[in-house]
Design a protein around this ligand. Structure first.
Ligand code: SF4
Length: 334
């Protein structure tokens, strides 16, 4: 996936009347405010996105989490509106996100016929105990089954996971990432858990039965996950919740930072530098890094350089355009 040229024309499809009660979801408490989009909304959103831009590489994205579980006629009306743009070559394809237990051959056939190219599954965890505790209503095997079916029909597969859910821990979250890697998705999204008002997690948190991760713990865990997916050559197309929307409004607690990914990228660089510093005497050092990655190496407000200085290393940074992501060398100076 080419990040530079990639545009998602994102449309939020709330699942009115969803029978599930996932611990983190506030759709029931906000359903009065969420607008139910219709085919005309799809057309006008895409037309607005097309104004003055070449969107031939863009995708229309129906997000919300349960696209294939919404009323069937309604789902088809949205797909029909979107597919018109694909037929005339104005838009490349359609992405949808849904639950793993809402995928079968029949619905995949419908999605294919309207030009859906990518399907993202909210798996959240691959630990059955965590899935049960968070009332997801499906098990890990459902993710394995749905992923296989999606890939066998030639769709791009995206998998979404959450970290720090109720009854989970870093070990279980890392195991979830390992199991996701085994499924060879084309893309991954990682969402640290955020406690929103009107959710089961909020009740547990208020009652002192659920401890949320600190930002520092979230960065430490998610930087490991990011590196795991990088090493497996699986692009992480989102890390951390988007700012805006109902996150800030209903936010009670949890790992949330508007530049969360940058924090994690910088942590990976810091860890790599520390690995390479073993055996290098304190004093001046020169770090060489890829030109595009200097800010990740130095960290926000130069936190990584300050951290290294506190350890006893004064750093100068040199750029090398040939260096790949996370590649770096260190030489002692003087
Ligand atoms: S996250 Fe769970 S409860 Fe919320 S809409 Fe999706 S399936 Fe329903």
């Amino acid at each position: 996936m080419n990040d530079m040229k990639h545009i998602n024309i994102a449309l939020f499809v709330p699942h009115m009347g969803c029978p599930n009660q996932c611990s983190f979801c506030n759709q029931k408490s906000i359903s009065g405010q969420a607008k139910q989009i219709n085919a005309d909304d799809v057309k006008s959103a895409v037309n607005t996105a097309l104004e003055g831009r070449d969107c031939a590489q863009a995708e229309i994205a129906f997000f919300g989490g349960s696209f294939t579980a919404i009323d069937r006629d309604y789902m088809i009306s949205l797909l029909e509106a979107a597919s018109e743009f694909i037929r005339v070559g104005q838009v490349k394809g359609i992405r949808v996100s849904t639950r793993p237990d809402c995928i079968d051959e029949e619905v995949l056939g419908i999605l294919k016929s309207y030009g859906v190219t990518a399907i993202e599954l909210g798996c959240q965890s691959m630990d059955d105990g965590v899935l049960r505790a968070n009332l997801r209503g499906h098990d890990a095997q459902a993710v394995v089954r749905a992923s296989g079916l999606i890939k066998s029909k030639g769709f791009e597969l995206g998998l979404q996971m959450m970290t720090g859910l109720y009854m989970s821990d870093s070990t279980k979250d890392i195991e979830t990432a390992e199991k996701i890697i085994e499924l060879s998705p084309d893309t991954v999204r990682i969402y640290p858990t955020v406690v929103l008002e009107g959710t089961m997690l909020c009740d547990k948190y208020t009652a002192g039965e659920y401890r949320v991760q600190t930002l520092e713990e979230g960065v430490e865990l998610c930087s490991k996950l990011l590196l795991m997916f990088h090493n497996a050559d699986i692009p992480v197309i989102r890390l951390g919740l988007h700012s805006g929307g109902n996150v800030e409004e209903g936010f009670v607690a949890g790992v949330y930072h508007p530049a969360f990914r940058e924090l994690c990228e910088s942590r990976i660089y810091l860890d790599k530098i520390k690995e390479k510093l073993v055996g290098i005497p304190y004093g001046e050092i020169e770090i060489t890094v890829g030109t595009k990655f200097i800010s990740q190496l130095t960290g926000q407000k130069k936190t990584n350089l300050k951290h290294l200085e506190e350890m006893g290393y004064r750093c100068s940074v040199v750029q090398n355009p040939a260096f790949k992501k996370y590649e770096l060398t260190i030489i002692p100076k003087g």
